[in-house]
Design a protein around this ligand. Structure first.
Ligand code: URA
Length: 209
């Protein structure tokens, strides 16, 4: 798992434990996903380039630094990724936002794109793909395919929890993509859920079950 970074921080571990708890309700669950994404983004954006700018303090002129966040593109996979986008946008408010919707065909088990609205992409854009549960990796791989077909070259995947199976699958198909997560869990169960995981992230965020 050479591309995986588990952001092992007490704040993240603490907040993720509350999210895992089946008794945590949707309001707190959404807030925590947003907060953890913000903390993960601190590490996942470490490679962004800064340009030097002159700044005048009340005392004197000096050299400062600026990230060109207009070159940053945040892409949540619908629907659970939407709340993660709110987290990273707190840090990079001028980033563009693209949306990708993917479902799994129950017969072929293949990932099918049902929606994609992306800003113009090219090899200079820094793209952050957001998908809370990296389970089989099927959706993330499909979204990465779509992003690359649209011109993206620098892509970072940010997830909340990953299963080893999902990390392996993404690394095999997209070996250039770094993956940042809050936790690497044990495995997938027979229904494709991450164990121990936190259940269905979309249903817990939006109270659809
Ligand atoms: N999607 C989820 O929401 N949870 C899992 O455990 C796996 C995929």
């Amino acid at each position: 798992m050479k591309n995986l970074v588990v952001v092992d921080h007490p704040l993240i571990k603490h907040k993720l434990t509350i999210m895992r708890d089946k008794n945590t309700g949707p309001k707190e669950f959404r807030e925590l996903l947003k907060e953890i994404t913000l903390l993960l983004s601190y590490e996942a954006t470490r490679h962004l380039k800064c340009e030097e700018v002159e700044v005048e303090t009340p005392i004197t002129k000096t050299v400062g630094y600026r990230i060109n966040d207009k070159d940053v593109v945040v892409v949540p996979i619908l629907r659970a990724g939407l709340v993660m986008a709110d987290g990273i946008l707190e840090l990079l408010p001028n980033a563009s936002v693209g949306h990708i919707g993917i479902y799994r065909d129950p017969e072929t088990l293949r990932a099918v794109e049902y929606y994609a609205k992306l800003p113009p992409l090219n090899g200079d854009k820094e793209v952050f793909l957001l998908d809370p549960m990296l389970a089989t990796g099927v959706s993330s791989i499909k979204a990465l395919d779509i992003l690359k077909e649209s011109g993206a070259r620098k892509i970072t995947l940010v997830a909340l929890i990953a299963a080893p199976e999902g990390v392996g699958a993404v690394e095999e198909k997209h070996e250039d993509v770094k993956i940042y997560v809050a936790a690497l869990d044990e495995r997938l169960n027979d229904h494709g859920y991450i164990v121990p995981g936190l259940g269905d992230a979309g249903d817990r965020l939006f109270r659809t079950k």
